[in-house]
Design a protein around this ligand. Structure first.
Ligand SMILES: O=P(O)(O)OC[C@H]1O[C@H](O)[C@H](O)[C@@H](O)[C@@H]1O
Length: 304
C-alpha cells in the first residue's frame, strides 16, 4: 500500500504518504490539498496558519491549494474557483496516466457536480497525482473535458511555503520578466531587480517564467526549487502586516513565516475540446545550502 488514511477531529480523511528516507506528506481530501510536507529531518516545508479552518465551505489557509477553474478573479464568480472548496475522492482509475509504481504516491479526483454545473456549465474531471520522493514533492494535475462543448479555464497550484523570515528571502528566476501587479489594478510592469526580496505586501503574477524558480532561505540554510511544466506563469503573494490583520483565518504575524509562490496558467487560458485532457506538472525540491560556506550558487540551482 502506498499510502494510509487517517480521520482527524473534523471527520474528514487525510492521506499520509511516507517514503523510506523519512520524508512525509499529508493530503486532505477537502480541496485535494497537500497540508504538510516534511523532509527527512522532519522539518515542515509548507505553511498552514494556526487559524486555518478545515471545515467546509471555507478554503484551508495554507499548504498547497488547487485553483480551478480560475486563478484569482478572471470572470467566474468564485475567487480561485471551487476545486479548493470541494471534497475530492481517491482516483482508482488514473488512466491514461500509467499507474504509479512508486510506493509513495496517491491519485485524487474531483468531478463536476450538478450544483457546480449551475454556475460553471462544463463537465470535467480534475485529477491530481501527488508523488513523494526524498527531498522532492511532485504534483501532476490533469483536467479532462467530459462534456460535449469546448471550455477554457485558468489554473494554479498555490504553494504556501514555510520560510524563516520573509524579509530575508530571495527569489531567483523572475528577474527581467513582465508581471501583472494586483496592487496596481493588474497593471503590467517589468521586473528590474536581479532577485526578488520582500519588504512589504506583494501580489503579482509573473508571466511566461523560466521552468525553474529558486526560493533561497539563508537562515534555514536551504533553497527550495520550484520546477514546472505547462504552468507558464507564477504568482507571488504575501499580504504583509496590514492585510494579514484583515484575513480572519490568518494570524497577525503569520505573514513573516510564509511566502506564496504559485505555478499557474493564467495569461493564456487552456482551451479543451470534448474528451481532450490537459496535464501540468510541478516539482518542489530542497537543496541544502550554507550561506557562510558559499555552497549556494543560484545559477547552479536554476540552470544546473
Ligand atoms: O484569500 P484567498 O482567496 O485564498 O487568496 C489569497 C491570495 O491568492 C493569490 O495570491 C491572489 O493573487 C491574492 O490576491 C490573494 O489575496
Amino acid at each position: 500500500m502506498s499510502w494510509s488514511v487517517v480521520n482527524e477531529g473534523d471527520g474528514l480523511p487525510r492521506i499520509i504518504l511516507t517514503e523510506p528516507a523519512g520524508s512525509s506528506a499529508v493530503i486532505h481530501l477537502y480541496g485535494g490539498q497537500v497540508l504538510s510536507w516534511k523532509n527527512e529531518k522532519r522539518e515542515e516545508l509548507l505553511f498552514v496558519s494556526a487559524k486555518a479552518s478545515t471545515k467546509s465551505p471555507k478554503p484551508i489557509r495554507g499548504g498547497i491549494p488547487i485553483c480551478f477553474p480560475q486563478f484569482d478573479n478572471l470572470g467566474y464568480p468564485e475567487r480561485h474557483g471551487f476545486a479548493r472548496n470541494r471534497l475530492w475522492e481517491l482516483d482508482t482509475c488514473p488512466s491514461p496516466l500509467p499507474r504509479s509504481n512508486n510506493h509513495s504516491s496517491v491519485d485524487l479526483i474531483l468531478k463536476s457536480t450538478d450544483e457546480d454545473l449551475k454556475t460553471w456549465p462544463h463537465s470535467f474531471e480534475l485529477r491530481l497525482r501527488v508523488i513523494l520522493h526524498p527531498s522532492k514533492l511532485t504534483l501532476i494535475p490533469r483536467v479532462r473535458n467530459t462534456g460535449s462543448k469546448d471550455f477554457s479555464f485558468t489554473f494554479a497550484i498555490q504553494n504556501y511555503l514555510s520560510v524563516s523570515d520573509v524579509s530575508e528571502i530571495r527569489v531567483e528566476g523572475l528577474e527581467t520578466l513582465d508581471y501583472l501587479d494586483n496592487l496596481e489594478n493588474g497593471e503590467r510592469f517589468t521586473e528590474q531587480g536581479d532577485a526578488l526580496t520582500f519588504d512589504g505586501e506583494v501580489d503579482r503574477v509573473y508571466l511566461r517564467t523560466p521552468a525553474k524558480i529558486a526560493i533561497i532561505d539563508h537562515e534555514k540554510k536551504r533553497t527550495l526549487v520550484l520546477r514546472k511544466e505547462c504552468l507558464p506563469d507564477a504568482g507571488v503573494w504575501n499580504p504583509w502586516n496590514k492585510k494579514a490583520k484583515a484575513l480572519p483565518d490568518f494570524g497577525d504575524e503569520d505573514y513573516k513565516a510564509m511566502l506564496c509562490i504559485d505555478s499557474a496558467v493564467t495569461e493564456a487560458p487552456v482551451i479543451l475540446k470534448p474528451l481532450e485532457e490537459w496535464t501540468g506538472c510541478q516539482e518542489l525540491s530542497i537543496v541544502s545550502s550554507s550561506y557562510c560556506s558559499g555552497q549556494l550558487d543560484p545559477r547552479i540551482v536554476l540552470h544546473g
